[in-house]
Write a protein that binds this ligand. Structure first.
Ligand code: ACO
Length: 369
């Protein structure tokens, strides 16, 4: 057995997955074999959620049944609504979202049942209810009333309805739906791996998702979309963008929204999300934000040869849509719940306790004097 340390598990292949892969031959992230760009062009988020959870794209009847199940499970309990109302107002929405999923586990009739049928039901309920809970939290924090889900609306339309009381134009809804598709899954990233580690001890699905949320919160992972929006706001105007980034580079600071462990030559999701970010900016007649983004991107490429990741275009797109910055990562959760649940079920289907070794570097054996 090799005792070579692979810090951060860089380059370590720890298991197989059939959920997603970055396919070198097309240099793209694929879900169950389909390139994400094609899924964004031809499918909506519900179809992609079905694909991730079931392994195949739905036929029209399967999609109808899936949508009906998702829509009729959107309501959250009054107890959970009260819990959300009682969260401290200064708590970070990722922390409240984590607590919300923990609460859902307390209420779910299937929590202790890890059978495939039960886990599929729980995945659907989590998908249907997490957006209701995040939108409720978003409104309560602003001192507004919770808006109940509208079962006649699509997943993305309904999220806008519950957040703002209205559904924006189809272009904006499509941009949001594309972000949902692109954020849904990315193989053994930190949060998914966390969920799989928790699952591997035969713990329950809600607990595994709670762990995934805690991992996603970090600025090196999902929290980067919030950091990108803060950075763009700090830059303020395009004429200050180049100097801003050069200073950060000079000070050897980490620049959020750039770099990726898996992609060394650019995140394959970025061109699609950037296209929809620019379309959203055009819709809201905001010329400055894309200008700042382009300067930051070009300067990073010229000076550091590092390209942006998905958080770089997604953060400002969410800001343009009117979401508060600290809700960007909970929005990521609303989408990634599908990937986590697919991985939790896959882990259980061929489980082995995940328990790596460590190399001891502490004090030699000693005795208490
Ligand atoms: N800003 C400045 N320098 C960077 C950045 C960055 N964003 N990303 C990588 N580098 C530099 C590193 O400092 C390192 O330089 P060095 O060799 O001189 O020390 C070199 O590029 C290689 O980077 P690593 O740290 O080895 O890359 P790693 O795979 O460990 O990290 C990570 C990947 C964590 C995403 C990193 O690029 C980063 O911190 N980026 C900023 C946070 C971010 O945007 N996270 C979102 C990830 S995507 C997602 O979750 C949807």
């Amino acid at each position: 057995m090799s005792d070579e340390i692979k810090k951060g598990l860089v380059g370590v292949v720890s298991d197989e997955t059939k959920v997603s892969e970055v396919m070198p031959e097309i240099n793209s992230l694929t879900y169950r074999g389909y390139a994400v760009q094609e899924l964004c062009a031809k499918c909506n988020f519900e179809q992609v959620a079905y694909l991730l959870l079931h392994g195949e794209l739905p036929n029209p009847d399967e999609l109808k049944a899936f949508e009906e199940y998702e829509r009729t499970n959107r309501n959250i309990s009054d107890t959970l609504k009260n819990t959300i109302k009682n969260y401290p107002n200064n708590a970070h929405p990722m922390d409240t979202t984590r607590t919300t999923v923990s609460h859902m586990g307390l209420e779910d009739p299937d929590t202790e049942d890890n059978s495939p049928e039960s886990n599929m039901r729980k995945s659907m309920r989590l998908l249907a209810q997490i957006s209701t809970a995040v939108a409720a939290n978003f409104r309560i924090r602003k001192g507004q009333e919770i808006i109940n889900p509208d079962l006649s609306l699509s997943f993305s339309e309904n999220f806008f309805h519950m957040s703002f009381g209205k559904v924006p134009s189809p272009e904006v809804v499509k941009a949001f739906d594309v972000s949902m598709i692109l954020y849904a899954e990315h193989s053994f990233n930190a949060s998914t791996f966390t969920s799989r580690v928790i699952t591997s001890s035969l713990s329950d699905m809600h607990g595994a998702v709670v762990g995934g949320i805690a991992s996603l919160k970090g600025p090196l992972h999902g929290g980067a979309n919030e950091a990108v929006a803060h950075m763009l706001n700090e830059v303020g105007s395009a004429d200050k963008a180049e100097e801003f980034i050069l200073n950060k580079i000079k000070n050897k600071e980490l620049i959020m929204g750039f770099g990726h462990r898996v992609y060394r030559d650019g995140d394959s999701r970025v061109p699609t999300m950037t296209e929809y970010y620019y379309k959203t900016a055009e819709f809201y007649q905001n010329k400055e934000l894309p200008k700042i983004s382009k300067i930051l991107e070009n300067t990073m490429l010229r000076e550091k040869k590092i390209k942006p990741n998905l958080d770089f275009p997604a953060g400002p797109a969410y800001q343009l849509m009117g979401f508060d910055i600290d809700f960007f990562t909970p929005i990521f959760v609303v989408s990634r719940i599908t990937g986590w649940c697919a991985h939790i079920m896959e882990q259980l289907s061929s489980n082995k306790l995940i328990r790596p070794l460590s190399k001891y570097a502490g004090s030699p054996h000693r005795k208490i004097n």
